[in-house]
Design a protein around this ligand. Structure first.
Ligand code: ISE
Length: 343
């Protein structure tokens, strides 16, 4: 595979979807990332796409993602549209052999993720980095290095906490797994280098602050092929801000990330720090690092980071999770054998 873009040239990126994440990625590519520029933006809403493109020299607005990919200034694609639109966009990018950074989820269910996995294998080389941004967070990376170097012995359990201040309108029980817990699914697989084999969901009495019908909080248990167990407190209407942390319990010690409270303050009988309002702020550095690493790898003609296999495995665990949530039962995860391309 040759490098995308001439030596020293910038990578022209088409950003597909200009909602909250897409618009943030457009800003990031324009203001933070080196070696890339926004060449095209696509959104079903022409006004939203046009407004963004107008602010960036040389960027063209489209309503059709495929037309954006066919813009001659485009060398690579960043997919940030809603999950159900990902499969079509990914297949169109494969047809043009364009490098892709695809926001999570790869696709919303395992069957469509499998189709994407098969299409990428047809190409014969990896083309996709999936946007599991926690893998680029400094704290999670330090935790991963510590587990990998083995100084604390084998990791036995992970305790995850995932709290959001509130949920957007229309947020459902299934979205608590597919949109929120999907991050714990990915970091569990990544940190432990192990596949999740079964899921259980415990549902305490919901907070009165959750919208009617949403069973919030939930406690999610994963078992892995290597015999590890992890728990996740998922509380997406906690009201007080955005908190994500992970503690690894190993044979010879424990290690925890996510407790950074910013500036430590003392005032009038209180000490404390700050809690970020949302994921865009909490993971700003991780998003920057993720996109910069994608741009750098793409310009070298390489693909790194979370793969379509990771996207597929996460989708399969989500499916089991949604069933576990609905039935209260332990649900086994069904995975195909890992194809050669992803070993
Ligand atoms: C959202 O889609 C995200 O990806 C956030 O990281 C997560 O914390 C939130 O719960 C999701 O809704």
């Amino acid at each position: 595979m040759g490098s995308s873009k001439d030596a020293g040239g910038t990578l022209g990126v088409a950003v597909i979807g200009t909602g909250r994440m897409g618009a943030d990625h457009v800003r990031r590519l324009d203001e933070v990332i080196s070696g890339a520029r926004v060449a095209a933006v696509a959104d079903l809403d022409p006004v939203r796409a046009g407004r963004l493109a107008d602010r960036i020299e040389g960027a063209t607005a489209y309503t059709d993602p495929v037309a954006a990919m066919d813009d001659p200034a485009v060398d690579a694609v960043l997919i940030a549209s809603p999950g159900p639109a990902h499969e079509a966009a990914l297949l169109a990018a494969f047809a043009r052999d364009l490098p892709v950074l695809c926001e999570k989820p790869l696709t919303p269910d395992a069957a469509s993720a499998l189709r994407v996995l098969e299409a990428e294998q047809q190409l014969g080389h990896r083309r996709v980095q999936v946007g599991f941004m926690r893998r680029y967070d400094a704290g999670y990376r330090a935790l991963k290095s510590l587990l990998d170097n083995g100084a604390y012995g084998r990791p036995l359990m992970l305790h995850h906490k995932h709290r959001n201040a509130d949920t957007p309108p229309g947020f459902t029980d299934a979205m608590m797994i597919n949109d929120s817990a999907v991050h714990e699914i990915d970091v569990t697989r990544w940190l432990l280098d192990d596949e999740i084999t079964a899921v259980r969901v415990l549902r305490p009495a919901p907070t009165g602050n959750a919208p009617a019908g949403l069973g919030d909080p939930q406690l999610i248990l994963f078992e892995t092929a290597g015999g590890r167990v992890t728990d996740t407190e998922l509380f997406v209407n906690c009201g007080f801000g955005y908190q994500v942390s992970c503690e690894a319990v190993c044979e010879n010690g424990t290690a925890r990330t996510g407790d950074d409270h910013g500036v430590f303050t003392n005032t009038a009988g209180h000490w404390g720090g700050t809690i970020p309002p949302g994921f865009v702020e909490r993971f700003a550095d991780a998003y920057d690092r993720q996109v910069q690493r994608w741009v750098d790898a793409t310009r070298r003609g390489e693909v790194e980071g979370p793969s379509c296999w990771d996207g597929y495995a996460a989708a399969a665990v989500c499916e089991a999770g949604v069933r576990a949530q609905a039935t209260g039962e332990r649900v086994a995860v069904e995975l195909i054998d890992r194809p050669e391309l992803y070993r």
